[in-house]
Design a protein around this ligand. Sequence first.
Ligand SMILES: NC(=O)c1ccc[n+]([C@@H]2O[C@H](COP(=O)([O-])OP(=O)(O)OC[C@H]3O[C@@H](n4cnc5c(N)ncnc54)[C@H](OP(=O)(O)O)[C@@H]3O)[C@@H](O)[C@H]2O)c1
Length: 217
Amino acid sequence: MKIAVLGTGAVGITIASKLIELGHQIMIGSRSKTNEKAIEFTNKFDQNASNGTFEEAAFFGEIIFNCIKGEFAIQALTSAEKGIRNKILIDVSIPVNTHNGAPLSLLPELCNTNSLGEEIQKNFPDTKVVKTLNTMWNTLMISPSMLKNGDHTNFICGNDDEAKAKVKSLLNEIGWKNETILDLGDIVGSRGTEATVLLWLRIWGATIGTFSLKVVN
Ligand SMILES: NC(=O)c1ccc[n+]([C@@H]2O[C@H](COP(=O)([O-])OP(=O)(O)OC[C@H]3O[C@@H](n4cnc5c(N)ncnc54)[C@H](OP(=O)(O)O)[C@@H]3O)[C@@H](O)[C@H]2O)c1
């Protein structure tokens, strides 16, 4: 499948590399066509990897990953608006407030009674936004089995059930078993999953090494 990965940070490069390994064609998107990390990514693979602007990548992808820094996600997606129209957008971003310093907080307009997932869905009503993978460290996103044979929870939410089913099947390809993918309902579920970053950081400070969240009942 042709997949766009918007974002050249650790998340974008990690997800894009895994998808290439799985045989997909990837275009990684960035503000600039000459972004060094994007070019390095493209050059690492003999085939199936390319890079372009956010807009070019969005047009390329049948499915699009949003791995853009949270505070700039709406602005960057606006530059790719026509490319993401009527497509599934898998949103991994978190609206971290980078202006407040420690302890980390979320952008006030995008938490509690709102979220970045919801804001993206409101701004781009023809795009099917599915929020997932945003509650863990990026390497774990693409290798769930590195912890407890994959027995930990990945949340998913979004308004369109068909889109969520397609994303679940891509998650299965990546290595997530169906029983570990917990559907939280519509995109409002993003309020909870984005806010786990506040807990995540404290757990990270209190433990050693890779960890994940697991829902038991
Ligand atoms: N790191 C993790 O393990 C982790 C885990 C869960 C969720 N997340 C979330 O995943 C997303 C990606 O995280 P990351 O750590 O890989 O990278 P990041 O540094 O948060 O974001 C990198 C991307 O943001 C874009 N960006 C930065 N400033 C911009 C601006 N002014 N306008 C437009 N785009 C801009 C960059 O564009 P260029 O390509 O042009 O430089 C780059 O593609 C974030 O929302 C983060 O909160 C991260």
